[in-house]
Design a protein around this ligand. Structure first.
Ligand code: DX5
Ligand code: ZN
Length: 216
């Protein structure tokens, strides 16, 4: 069963607490939290104080997507402020194996994200250590972009590798996913679909119902 992970980047920051309650009430387990540093990606979002405040309001699984340079400098702090899953970008780590261990040592679940143009083989030697792989289906940095079609075959290829190696690694897709293509990413082998603009907005529960219907 495909799980949804609403990305708070598209939420109303003046009303963040109630936006999160609204998704939680729909039975959603994961909350996708996009941290951007203005260097790895063009834009800047938010950081530890926001996550620490939200941690006090919900028991949802905090899925923290770090779109930052040198993430190894901040792993401990993100673990401390309430992350459950920490995702780093393969492109931003000089020593990816070490960063994965660092995340585990902090008591969090390690995940690695790949930009659209990054091949799957960069994970060949670490795949068995990962809780999750995030396939970016847009170039990271902004919400509301269009899904890049070749992400689907990348998800299929990753699913094949995971199955062949009898691993339990989850596949997450992030960027441009909505009711119109959720069925496609689900059939390709996605376990968790991140959605920002498709979920947040005026009618959060209505949006989620619509997406769930499209998954049937
Ligand atoms: C993009 C972020 C995404 C973003 C997705 O760089 O990583 O999580 O919030 O937003 P939508 O679903 O609107 O593409
Ligand atoms: Zn994200």
């Amino acid at each position: 069963m495909l799980e949804l992970a609403p990305s708070i980047l598209a939420a109303d920051f003046a009303d963040l607490g109630s936006n999160i309650k609204a998704v939680e009430q729909q039975g959603i387990k994961y909350l996708h939290i996009d941290v951007m540093d203005g260097k790895f990606v063009p834009s800047i979002s938010f950081g530890m104080p926001v996550i620490a405040s939200l941690r006090k309001t919900t028991n949802m699984i905090f899925d923290v997507h770090l779109m930052i340079e040198e993430p190894e400098r901040y792993i401990q702090e993100f673990a401390h402020c309430g992350a459950d899953i920490i995702t780093v970008h393969a492109e931003s780590c000089n020593h990816l194996d070490r960063v994965i261990s660092q995340i585990q040592e902090c008591g969090c679940k390690p995940a690695v994200a790949l930009n659209p143009a990054t091949p799957l083989w960069v994970l060949d030697y670490v795949l068995d250590k990962l809780y999750m792989v995030l396939i970016m289906s847009v170039n990271p940095g902004f919400g509301g972009q269009k899904y890049i079609p070749y992400a689907t075959e990348k998800i299929q290829a990753l699913k094949k590798k995971i199955t062949e190696q009898k691993l339990t690694t989850l596949i997450q897709v992030d960027g441009g996913v909505n009711a119109g293509n959720v069925q496609e990413v689900m059939n390709a082998g996605t376990d968790i679909a991140v959605m920002g603009s498709a979920i947040f907005g005026k009618d959060i529960s209505g949006n989620i119902q619509k997406i769930k219907k499209a998954m049937e």
